[in-house]
Design a protein around this ligand. Sequence first.
Ligand code: SF4
Length: 340
Amino acid sequence: MTREKDRSPRGPTERTLVGAALRAGYRAASRLLYGRGDYADWAYERMQRPASAVAMAGNMALRAARVPRVTSFVSMAIEPAFQCNLRCRTCRGRYDMEGLRPKLMPWELFRRAVDEAPPSVESVVFAMAGEPLLNPRLPEMIDHVAASGRRALLVTNGTLLDGEVADRVARSRLSVLTMSVETDAEMARQVRGVDHEELRRKLERFAARKHPLTALKLSVVAHPENEHRLGRLWEEFAGLVEDIKVSPCISLEEAGSRTTCTEPWRGNLCVFTSGDVTPCCFDLRGDLSFGNLNDRRFDEILAGPGVTRVLSMFTSGPMADRCARCHQFLSPHLPRRISR
Ligand code: SF4
């Protein structure tokens, strides 16, 4: 594939029978694992190679058989910043994360994560516990990922997507920009403390400047206050974005015991600013760390005992305290977020 084609999540593959088959397969898997087909687009965004779909099917089979390993890793999430300019009630505003790990990902650590990642990793998403645009080198990071032959995806709260920063991201080789929003102006003010209309204007300005192959999407975290307002987003953003991902809110407060979770078998590697490599972006304290990139190379971490040790927590226990406290907002109107 050419570099230009690599940028697009709706590239040539989708217009072929293979692309259509992959999407159909992801819809079926989404229904099976999460109760609805909503996550098919998200899966296709990250896995457009047939080999990735085969690897994911193998991973899910291992999970069903309760085998504590994965066939291969297909995607990676990188944390450019462990700091945020917002304190949303559905996210960071609920937790004290001060001092847990470095506020910015060092460039050398980032470069090693991308350069040493397994060749099976086909997409890299910039996201996790902080706002990625707070890292001044994010546009360079995007281009480094694209130069490695992988698709670069960005999830941002959108508040900083303006001026020179927005211009640099628009000029980068980004495949997908997902803006995380609330359902409407009232919820945006109450939950996030942001101006919903201003975010929309920023997205419109970015849309006018972006490369034609950079896709725009929205994501929204559903919670009891907004679950009946979700339809408003499609009405408001129709024609501007091509998909809206709805994810139920995750809560860490409730204690309890859990038997298993699909997350560690998704074939996704999360790299924190600390260098910890874990299978779950909700793993705030690195309890599920496979190992640390400051200590060892990526291939050594993935071949070492860490992967089996962590996945064994889900097959034979004991569960990490973090996972035992992990709950999601459940509603018949919403897809599940954590398949168990
Ligand atoms: S139980 Fe929660 S914290 Fe643990 S791996 Fe699953 S999603 Fe992540």
